[in-house]
Ligand binder design. Structure first.
Ligand SMILES: [Zn+2]
Ligand SMILES: [Zn+2]
Length: 136
C-alpha cells in the first residue's frame, strides 16, 4: 500500500489504485456525480455552466467527470473539452473520434495478437486433452 495525498483535500490516505481521492472525498465525488446525473435527467440539455450554477458545483469538477467519460455533452454547441491529441472539440473522454479510432486500431492490433496467443494456447490445451484420453 502506497500512501499518497488526496487530490482534493490533500489528506494522506492509502492509495487503492482506483481513485486520486481519499475515501471521504471519493464519497463526496460520487455524491456530486449522482446529483449531476439526477439534474441531467430532469434537464437533459443543460449546459455545463447551467449545471455548475444550479448545483453550485465547480466547473472543474464537471469537466473531470467529462474527462473520465462518465458524463457526455449532448448538444454540439456545448463542446467543452478538447482532444488531448489534436485539440478538436469533443463531447466526452479525452480524445476526438478520429484520434480514438487511431488509438483503437493500435489497441486492436495488440488485442488481435493476444487473441492469437489465446487461440494457440487453447489449441495446445486441446492437444493435451486428446493425448490424455488416448492414454485412458
Ligand atoms: Zn480527500
Ligand atoms: Zn483528436
Amino acid at each position: 500500500m502506497k500512501t499518497v495525498s488526496c487530490a482534493r483535500c490533500g489528506k494522506l490516505y492509502e492509495y487503492n489504485g482506483i481513485s486520486d481521492y481519499c475515501p471521504i472525498c471519493m464519497q463526496y465525488d460520487e455524491a456530486i456525480f449522482q446529483k449531476i446525473k439526477e439534474y441531467l435527467n430532469e434537464h437533459p440539455k443543460a449546459t455545463v455552466i447551467q449545471v455548475a450554477t444550479d448545483l453550485d458545483i465547480p466547473v472543474k469538477m464537471i469537466k473531470k467527470y467529462l474527462r473520465e467519460g462518465r458524463l457526455e455533452i449532448v448538444e454540439a454547441e456545448n463542446f467543452f473539452l478538447n482532444c488531448e491529441k489534436c485539440g478538436a472539440p469533443i463531447k466526452t473522454g479525452r480524445y476526438c473520434d478520429k484520434c480514438a479510432r487511431d488509438f483503437d486500431s493500435g489497441v486492436k492490433r495488440i488485442t488481435n495478437e493476444a487473441a492469437t496467443n489465446i487461440h494457440n494456447r487453447k489449441y495446445s490445451e486441446k492437444m493435451r486433452y486428446l493425448d490424455k484420453s488416448k492414454v485412458k
